[in-house]
Design a protein around this ligand. Structure first.
Ligand code: GLU
Length: 404
């Protein structure tokens, strides 16, 4: 019987590439299916003594170029088709950056904001127990993703050591520096996007570029700081509860302080409170969706007034919305390039662990900048050559590397 693709989004994106004659039908068939889908039920004992079963997944999209690589997310909306789509993007991301990896992704379907720290530690350890057979420094190497932190990576590493009897730091990346992580990993996703933006806006004064950032998590908040420090005019930032807007530019350090004091971003005193939807529709030069997937859909794409979008989140622009934005002349710097800084420094971390080396933050950032800037220019040249969008060009480069 013909197997139906688990990931509808992968099928759509690959179908679009096939219709542009950028890839063959066989390439589409091969890539729309992950190599392996593993599902588990994690028995969590809640602090109140009750038992709760949580659905957990690990999907290995491709191991053709090396061990599967990709994060684990803790979120209530995690489901197999979303994890498969994210695993697919990881295969493309590692190939585009020419890292010796394939692609994978994992997730646990629960909202960690409603659980205590000891419960979250338990989930991390249960996850590692459930999937330790299919993971390994040379098989599949997880990392952080939405709502998973260096501390969680540390618990997983420790659990893996307990199960296997061998302490191998390269089993997981995104660990804290004290636990064998790399300098620069915490800031890597934002740094990668920042280095691309330096190239993209090289011929413009930063002061003349207005920016709106959706999402003030690890990537969004660090990118906001980097851009602000460089003189870019960051006029709006948001978290899941709302946004703050100041046409004359926000003082990002002050917003950060306000937020870390437990306050809502939308209540920042030196800005006007607006909704997340209003932020996406601001008349800015650069829009940065840095929160979750599907932020820009066919419902709100026509409201977008920015001329450039950089996808710091994974999958923030749906395939339908991309068509609308393309017709409006909006340039999209796609996720597999825009947020590849994270996995690139994960590779540096893994390499340092395997070879027992320690690199400085400057070394890490310098190497990252070189690799990200090269990938950006390679993608741009391919887009110009084939007269296609940056995403299509990046996919073509990555897919050729995976299949050859
Ligand atoms: N979760 C990040 C991503 O989507 C990082 C993955 C990694 O470092 O392996 O790229």
């Amino acid at each position: 019987m013909k197997s139906e693709p688990l990931c509808i989004d992968c099928e759509k994106r690959l179908g679009h590439l096939e219709s542009q004659e950028l890839i063959s039908h066989e390439a589409k068939q091969l890539l729309e299916h992950p190599e392996r889908v593993i599902q588990a039920e994690l028995p969590l004992s809640r602090d109140d003594g009750t038992l709760e079963m949580l659905k957990a997944f690990r999907i290995q999209h491709s191991t053709k170029r090396g061990p599967a690589k990709g994060g684990i997310r803790f979120h209530q909306e995690v489901d197999p088709s979303e994890v498969a789509a994210l695993a697919f993007v990881m295969s493309l991301k590692t190939a585009l950056l020419d890292l010796p990896y394939g692609g994978g992704k994992g997730g646990v379907q629960f909202n960690p904001k409603e659980y205590s720290k000891t419960e979250i530690e338990q989930v991390a350890r249960l996850y590692m127990r459930a999937f330790s057979d299919v993971l390994g420094p040379h098989k599949d190497v997880p990392a952080p993703d939405v709502n998973t932190t260096p501390e969680i990576m540390g618990w997983m590493r420790d659990e893996y050591a307990k199960i296997t009897g061998a302490d191998e730091p390269a089993i997981i990346t995104g660990k804290s520096v004290a636990e064998g992580g790399s300098e620069g990993r915490g800031t890597a996703t934002a740094m990668g996007a920042y280095f691309i933006l330096k190239e993209r806006f090289a011929d413009q004064e930063p002061e003349s570029v207005s920016v709106a950032i959706q999402g003030f998590g690890n990537a969004g908040s660090i990118l906001a700081k980097l851009l602000h420090k460089d003189g870019f005019m960051v006029v709006a930032v948001s978290d899941s509860r709302g946004a703050t807007y100041n046409k004359a530019g926000l003082d990002i350090d002050a917003v950060s302080k306000h937020k870390s004091g437990g306050n809502k971003i939308s209540e920042f005193t030196d800005g006007e409170s607006i909704s997340n939807q209003e932020l996406l529709a601001l008349d800015v030069d650069l829009l940065v969706p840095a929160a979750l997937g599907d932020a820009i859909t066919t419902q709100n794409a026509t409201d977008v007034k920015a001329s450039v979008i950089i996808e710091v989140a994974n999958g923030p622009v749906t395939t339908g919305a991309e068509q609308v934005l393309d017709d409006q002349g909006v340039e999209i710097i796609p996720d597999l390039l825009a947020n590849a800084g994270g996995v690139t420094v994960s590779y540096f971390e893994w390499f340092q662990n395997v070879h027992e080396e320690k690199w400085t933050e400057d070394e890490v950032n310098q190497k990252l900048q070189g690799m990200i800037a090269d990938s950006y220019h390679l993608t741009k040249q391919a887009a110009q050559k084939h007269k296609v969008r940056l995403r299509d060009a990046a996919y073509k480069i990555a897919i050729e590397r995976i299949l050859n």
